[in-house]
Design a protein around this ligand. Structure first.
Ligand code: XMP
Length: 537
């Protein structure tokens, strides 16, 4: 399997990916957001580690380069670095936050630890730049605006030939050397909290780099299918299909090219939502016409999980067992007469999976190891096809829509690989699993009938190993507790709890206590991520 968290340049780049922007990652938490904001302008963007070779960068034939933010100080000996020649390969450069500090430091200016650090909102004032011609970067942007900052160091002395184009109360907020087409901002134009941030990025793309807005879902589909065609040749492929939007979009894309040569394997781990196995199989086979093998391995999973309550062990056991089931099925296929040589494994890996899973020195640090990328063993005898590896969830949904996928799949809430195992706290067995499935189905039904399903990121139930006293009829009860979790998010990296209307909460609570045997209490989770996570385990 691939061990790099970033894009692999293919040779040659497809037409719509040439003339895009290469974002060099210094490890900033917003790096991927920069790439996505650029794609929102129909300009292709690729994230590469900051220490990528010039050759690799040039292979993208970029119209410009963005240097991302990052948590380090440029004067730290371990600080991540780019090849300084990126500043002179003949395309414009935009440094953001650490990117600005690295440019300053590299070209002979001075960066110092800020006496007063700037985190969060600040006011930007452009009047310092008004004596000169209007900065291209700020064309059409008001003289003062609210911006979002996230830095402890700041630029003290500019490199030769540079001048400041904006200030905040405490620091130089933007600099440039228009002749060399090097621009830099200390704040984050990519985050929504920065007013006119999109305009600033658009100015860089279109006024400075003259990038062409030619990247689109249709172009992505056409070029990706072409690339898959070239890659697979005569070989066959298998796909671990979960019925979620990512793996389904990946499977449908590959199916377009390979048809019957792609076999999808859908494993019931026993940790799926109520009726999910049967419903999903039907959808995949009858409506999407995919070739799918449905494997009900729930007994096997439950057996392995007996007595286990540690979340990480649950994840590992489920991951390991999943791979074992998957490999057995692949072997059966391989031995079958009517099957060609399997050369490829299709996965619906997304960009956030990649960055959350793999730790690389410099670029975005590891947050979790739980996503599909980390789960596969090194010695899988198949090459990977990951057509969505550079995209975000909402981009995948758009591609899925262009491919004609039904909205039941496109708008389905994300569901973790270990499924209900990480929502059933403590030990897992069949009875509490059914309790959780029933409670969860009520949450989904009520959220749907309130017209909220498509407006929230995830809505689900968690079964807590906490018993509390209740009274039902004349009897005292001592039953289980269900926590309801409904969150809003853009990409699952941060999330906020949803302020559900009281009547919706009431219906959920009443129905769960009345309809789900053994549950006497329902609580609503009002924690955001960070510091909490979306899932409870
Ligand atoms: P957390 O709980 O980390 O979840 O805030 C972020 C997003 O990832 C999903 N998630 C998982 N997905 N395997 C997965 O494939 C996992 O082990 C896993 N744990 C969490 C979660 O549902 C949310 O969308």
């Amino acid at each position: 399997m691939s061990s790099t968290p970033t894009m692999q340049p293919r040779q040659p780049r497809p037409q719509s990916e040439r003339g895009g922007i290469v974002v060099l990652d210094f490890g900033g938490q917003y790096t991927q957001l920069i790439a996505r904001r650029i794609r929102e302008q129909q300009v292709f963007s690729a994230v590469l580690p900051c220490n990528s070779s010039l050759e690799k960068i040039k292979a993208f034939e970029p119209a410009g380069i963005v240097l991302s933010g990052g948590p380090s100080s440029v004067y730290d000996p371990q600080a991540p670095k780019c090849d300084p020649n990126v500043l002179s390969i003949g395309v414009p450069v935009l440094g953001i936050c650490y990117g600005m500090q690295w440019i300053t430091h590299t070209l002979g200016g001075k960066v110092v630890n800020a006496g007063r650090q700037e985190y969060g909102r600040a006011s930007l004032d452009r009047s310092c730049g008004t004596a000169r011609p209007e900065s291209e970067i700020f064309a059409g942007v008001p003289q003062s605006l609210r911006i979002w900052n996230n830095h402890g160091d700041h630029v003290h002395t500019l490199p030769e030939g540079f001048h400041a184009t904006a200030m905040t109360e405490n620091a130089i907020a933007a600099v440039e050397h228009a002749g060399k087409k090097i621009y830099a901002v200390q704040f984050h134009p990519e985050v929504n909290h920065t007013e006119n941030g999109t305009q600033i990025l658009r100015n860089f793309l279109f006024r400075v780099c003259h990038a062409e807005p030619k990247w689109s879902g249709a172009a992505f589909i056409e070029e990706t299918t072409q690339a898959i065609k070239e890659k697979v040749g005569e070989k066959w492929a298998i796909c671990a299909l979960s019925g979620g939007v990512d793996s389904t979009v990946a499977a449908v894309l590959v199916h377009r090219v390979m048809g019957e040569k792609l076999t999808n394997i859908f494993v019931n781990t026993g940790m799926l939502r109520k009726n999910e196995f049967a419903d999903t199989l039907e959808m995949l086979r009858d409506r999407l016409h995919l070739k799918v093998i449905g494997v009900d391995a729930s007994d096997r999973f439950l057996e392995k999980l007996k007595g286990v309550s540690d979340p990480e062990r649950k994840r590992k056991i489920i991951g390991g067992e999943f791979i074992a089931v998957f490999a057995e099925e692949a072997q059966k296929l391989q031995k079958g007469d009517a099957h060609g040589e399997i050369g490829f494994l299709v996965q619906g890996t997304l960009y956030p999976d990649v960055i959350e899973s793999v730790s690389v020195k410099g670029p975005s640090a590891t947050i979790k190891t739980h996503h599909n990328v980390g789960g596969l063993p090194e010695n899988m005898p198949f090459a990977l096809i990951e057509p969505l590896r550079d995209l975000f969830k909402d981009e995948v949904r758009r591609i899925g829509k262009d491919l004609g996928l039904p909205s039941e799949i496109l708008l389905k809430h994300p569901f973790p690989g270990p499924g209900l195992a990480v929502r059933l706290l403590g030990e897992i067995s069949r009875e509490p699993l059914v309790t959780l499935q029933d409670a969860d189905a009520i949450v989904t039904e009520e959220i749907r009938s309130a017209g909220l399903y498509e407006k929230v990121w995830q809505a689900f139930a968690v079964l807590l190993p906490v018993r509390s006293v209740g009274v039902m009829g004349d009897d005292r009860t001592y039953g289980l507790t269900v926590a309801v979790r409904v969150v809003q998010s853009d990409d699952a990296m941060t999330a906020d709890w949803v302020r559900l209307p009281g009547d919706v909460l009431e219906r959920i609570s009443t129905r769960i206590v009345n309809e789900v045997r053994g549950v006497t209490r329902v609580v609503y989770d009002i924690s955001s991520k960070p510091p909490s996570t979306i899932e409870w385990e």
